[in-house]
Design a binder for this molecule. Structure first.
Ligand code: SAM
Length: 251
């Protein structure tokens, strides 16, 4: 699994042996816990290496991450893309946010076993953390917010953009519908103080010897995108709305 992950993630970041061992341990913990708790539908180590770890690491190709950045991963679920990012940048601060307490508890335990530091875990609905009545406000406190597979982009922008400082970025990891979702979310992005900079297609590659493996071929052919949204001004205080309103009438 280590060699496959090394090669699949090499276009984005070069993992040393210590980081590769952490990924191996992370996979072992996830596979083990997944027997009694629903963390992922992908259960084989090759699938996890490609579709979770390497896919998460592809976000590094934006060139926006470095050790001094303050990042939040919204709707992190079983830890993607936040935990792979944290392994790749051990000094970088990251707050893992999810509304499901069970998943956050699993991640706390996993991070402890992996020896990850400078990482926080927040079990709450994202939109409640940036509203004026929030006890501890996370509003415009982060350089980068990430989200993978959480909601349609026009809804997701209202959950995520309020976390980002002006000058920072919201990075949304999406499948083949990214261009369509980005077009649909133009108004939401504008209202929330953002600007879509790019809908970037990710190119996954693997050496020839791996391509006969079904998961590897599927991975290299998968259509994956990162929607790069820059925060160009503060989000008006009337956003985010309550989730029911966001969902009922996306901006
Ligand atoms: N990002 C992970 C991944 O790519 O594997 C998990 C994706 S999972 C399909 C979506 C996650 O978003 C769930 O764990 C869910 O609890 C979380 N979620 C959905 N809406 C949320 C919200 N408003 N605030 C915080 N978490 C939310």
């Amino acid at each position: 699994m280590k060699d496959l992950l090394y090669r699949a993630s090499k276009p984005f970041t070069e993992l040393d042996s210590e980081k590769l061992s952490k990924f191996e341990e992370f996979t072992r913990i996830m596979t083990d816990v997944n027997k009694s708790m629903n963390i992922t539908a992908i259960t084989d180590s090759m699938g996890i290496a490609l579709k979770h770890h390497a896919d998460s690491l592809s976000i590094i190709s934006t060139g926006l991450f470095s050790s001094d950045k303050k990042v939040c991963d919204i709707g992190c679920g079983g830890g993607f893309p936040g935990i792979p990012l944290k392994i790749a940048f051990p000094q970088m601060y990251i707050n893992m946010i999810d509304s499901t307490e069970k998943k956050i508890n699993y991640l706390k335990n996993t991070a402890c076993l992996l020896g990850l530091e400078n990482i926080d875990f927040t079990s709450a609905r994202a939109e409640e953390l940036t509203r004026p009545e929030a006890k501890v406000s996370h509003r415009e406190k982060y350089d980068i917010a990430t989200a993978r597979a959480v909601a349609r982009l026009n809804v997701l922008c209202e959950l995520c953009l309020p976390f980002v400082k002006p000058g920072g970025y919201f990075l949304s990891m999406k499948g083949q519908k990214a261009p369509e979702e980005a077009a649909e979310a133009q108004n939401a992005v504008l209202q929330l103080g953002g600007k879509i900079k790019e809908v970037r297609k990710i190119n996954f590659t693997l050496p020839e010897e791996y391509l006969s493996l079904p998961d590897a071929a599927e991975f290299c052919n998968s259509e994956r995108y990162i929607v790069i949204i820059e925060k160009i001004k503060k989000t008006p205080m009337n956003y985010p709305r309550q989730y029911s309103a966001i969902k009922k009438k996306p901006l």
